[in-house]
Design a protein around this ligand. Structure first.
Ligand code: PRT
Ligand code: ZN
Length: 296
């Protein structure tokens, strides 16, 4: 069976997707493809792997190289952080936001400094791994500053006298705190995205559309919960207003006279707020269940 599929793959159009080999994006990227029902033939050690049930091939690379490979058609699409898209400035397009690896690219200074606004950075030395984004930001604000490009452990730079300030990725903020720094400007908000080559063949575009459909289905399911509850019939209208659902909630009679069961879908973000309103409206035995796939 696998041999037949391998022979078939050689003839058919394959979409090549570049994902990070090791790092903050790799697990989520692999998980997303797995939730889209795509299974790969090799384990995590391989540098490329064909899917056994979908026309894609995964290439496992360093995230910094992905924009260039997508531009050069070595890969058709890739999963990277928006920060890398803007830093590398390659001729590629963002086709989907994925909602994971959220972070900010920010400017931070020693906490004992008094911050006076962006003018603070005039004639200062700023350490960063993002010289392109930083220099665009400084230019936009007409600030002349020296950029010290370093590839890692940027937060240590002010403490060892290498720079006055830093421009780096911030997520929880604990690395800044541990190094006596405070965030003063957010340059950009970032999350993982799918980037694509701008001149893909129509057959590849069509595979990408299928893949994006699956990804959107997985994303909608992650953002929502299925909710079931029991309520007195007199509360149906009020509860339906609290839980509008996709079209409208399902209302089923219970064996107990005067009671019904109401089923609906609620967004992850508004979930707690809605639960309190439902309890106030008389809902009981509320069950909240994760949704595996959601096709809109
Ligand atoms: O080896 P390779 O080049 O592939 O990976 P990498 O080391 O360049 O990147 P990696 O795996 O560290 O991050 C990949 C992407 O994840 C980044 O490009 C961002 O889009 C995103 N991301 C999300 C982060 C973070 N959160 C993050 N916290 N990237 C880096 N950090 C680092 C940051 O540099 C800083 O040192 O974590 C520290 C700050 O974290 P907090 O939580 O203390 O604020
Ligand atoms: Zn990298």
């Amino acid at each position: 069976m696998l041999l037949l599929w391998t022979k078939f793959l050689k003839k058919m159009t394959i979409l090549k997707i570049a994902i990070q080999k090791n790092g903050r994006l790799s697990e989520n990227s692999r998980e997303l493809l797995a939730e889209c029902g795509i299974k790969f033939s090799s384990g995590t050690a391989a540098l490329k792997s064909n899917a056994v049930n979908f026309p894609v091939e995964a290439l496992f690379l360093r995230d910094d190289d992905i924009p260039q490979y997508v531009e050069q058609n070595v890969a058709d699409i890739g999963i990277i952080g928006e920060n890398v898209v803007y830093e590398k400035k390659k001729d590629i397009k963002v086709v989907e936001h994925l909602g994971f690896a959220s972070c900010k690219l920010s400017l931070a200074i020693p906490k004992e400094e008094i911050y006076t606004g962006v003018g603070y950075f005039m004639n200062k030395k700023i350490a960063t791994s993002y010289p392109v984004i930083l220099s665009d930001f400084l230019q936009k604000h007409q600030i002349t500053a020296e950029i010290e490009e370093i590839s890692g452990s940027v937060e240590i730079a002010p403490g060892i006298g290498l720079a006055n300030a830093i421009c780096d990725i911030v997520s929880s903020g604990s690395t800044l705190l541990a190094n006596g720094l405070v965030e003063v400007e957010t340059i950009l908000n970032s999350q993982a995205v799918i980037v694509a080559n701008k001149n893909m063949a129509p057959e590849k575009e069509s595979i990408l559309e299928d893949l994006l459909f699956r990804i959107r289905t997985v994303k909608s399911a992650r953002k929502n919960k299925y909710i079931l509850l029991n309520a007195p019939e007199s509360s149906i209208d009020e509860i339906c207003n609290i839980l509008p659902g996709m079209k409208s909630p399902t209302v089923l009679p219970l064996a107990k006279k005067g009671w019904c069961s109401i089923h609906s879908v609620v967004g992850e973000n508004e979930f707690w707020e809605r639960i309190n309103l439902l309890k106030k409206a008389g809902a009981e035995n509320i069950l909240v269940i994760p949704i595996e796939k959601m096709i809109l």
